[in-house]
Write a protein that binds this ligand. Structure first.
Ligand SMILES: NC(=O)c1ccc[n+]([C@@H]2O[C@H](COP(=O)([O-])OP(=O)(O)OC[C@H]3O[C@@H](n4cnc5c(N)ncnc54)[C@H](O)[C@@H]3O)[C@@H](O)[C@H]2O)c1
Length: 336
């Protein structure tokens, strides 16, 4: 079994786990896995309508998790909520790059300031907690070389990248200075069931999946750009492996995908195939406002986390998109 080599699943049985952003895409998939492992799971989420949080994401496990609708910007709440947990998966975030340009202060408040106050809450009320922070490949900016390893310069192209970078480094700092065990995973495009498909705020794959299921053409911008993709179950296993031991404390490591990097037009073809060959798209130039913050080709060198934790992504894009399309064929209406 994959998990037996990565972490001892028994270690999570009875563990007290807090997930910020727990009603969102990755957080809810993580919650489902933790509930199966026997953990006591508390989810914090603001359910802001423009983010990926959705109560339907915990359908079927709602009686096995504790849900706290609150905002990580609320320092008093966090001081209280952080207590008594063994693990903190810190996933709450504003994820839209365009929104971060149009409303930079909200992005700053959530992705940087609130991260600092979460860490201050840990320092004051729960210094023994183990934290895994969801960082992003966006902090590298436009790659100078690919695959991008962790030595690559950090030079974000948008406000979101700068604030996520600060959020990540606060975690590393609190690990190094205060001994609050923390690490960060720099996620690449992560996709799968329970991602936001209403629009492209979270990932362009969301609106693509919605479009093929609604029988509408979708737009592929540029088409040649190379990207890598992590299926959400692989991401969840990496989060759990990172939290279970102390091998990567104080580090921020890349996650990549199971396939070779693909051009976006090829990704579109894989998606249409995943929908039984039904679907169409048009290749268009990048809209000017997006082009200004675009990062060009990106794919990760994730050798460091593979070596440290034995993690590797298992689910190919073809298999992952099939599972994703199958999920939304059944549940699309709940996500619109
Ligand atoms: N999905 C990806 O491809 C990807 C890539 C890189 C990094 N990440 C990071 O992973 C994390 C999870 O992302 P996701 O894809 O699951 O997105 P998501 O939007 O589904 O999840 C984020 C959750 O955080 C919640 N949230 C936002 N602001 C909050 C606040 N102030 N207080 C409480 N809750 C708040 C949202 O309601 C949402 O449920 C984010 O931090 C994101 O930056 C995701």
């Amino acid at each position: 079994m994959m998990e037996a080599t990565l972490y001892d699943p028994v270690g999570y049985s009875g563990a007290r786990v807090l997930i910020t952003g727990g009603l969102g895409f990755i957080g809810s998939n993580l919650a489902r896995r933790l509930v199966d492992l026997g953990a006591e799971v508390v989810l914090i989420d603001s359910l802001h309508p423009e983010y990926g949080g959705n109560l339907v994401n915990v359908a079927g496990i709602e009686d096995r998790v504790t849900i706290n609708i609150s905002d990580v910007r609320d320092e008093q709440s966090m001081l209280y909520l952080i207590r008594g947990h063994d693990y903190l998966f810190n996933l709450a975030g504003q994820t839209s790059h365009m929104d971060s340009m149009q409303d930079p202060y909200t992005d700053l408040e959530i992705n940087a300031r609130a991260q600092l106050s979460i860490l201050e809450s840990c320092r004051k009320c729960n210094p023994g907690v183990k934290i895994v922070f969801a960082s992003t490949r966006q902090i590298y900016g436009k790659p100078e070389y690919v695959p991008v390893d962790e030595k690559h310069i950090l030079r974000p192209t948008d406000v979101n990248g700068i604030n996520k970078m600060a959020g990540e480094w606060y975690h590393i700092l609190y690990n190094n200075v205060y001994g609050i065990r923390a690490c960060a995973l720099r996620l690449t495009n992560t996709y799968g069931p329970r991602m936001r498909v209403k629009d492209a705020r979270q990932t362009f794959l969301g609106i693509w999946v919605r479009s093929v299921l609604e029988g509408k053409p979708f737009e592929v911008w540029d088409g040649g750009q190379l990207r890598d993709f992590t299926y959400v179950d692989d991401c969840v296993e990496a989060l759990l492996a990172a939290a279970a031991g102390n091998a990567i404390d104080g580090q921020a490591l890349n996650l990549g995908g199971a396939d070779k990097p693909l051009g976006l037009k090829d990704v579109a073809d894989v998606l249409v195939a995943a929908n039984g060959g039904v679907g169409s798209y048009a290749v268009k130039p990048f809209p000017a406002d997006r082009k200004r913050i675009d990062i060009g080709d990106y794919y990760a060198d994730d050798g460091a986390i593979r070596a440290a934790l034995g993690w590797e992504p298992r689910v190919t894009l073809a298999a992952g998109l099939r599972r994703t399309v199958d999920f939304y064929r059944e549940h699309l209406a709940e996500y619109l």
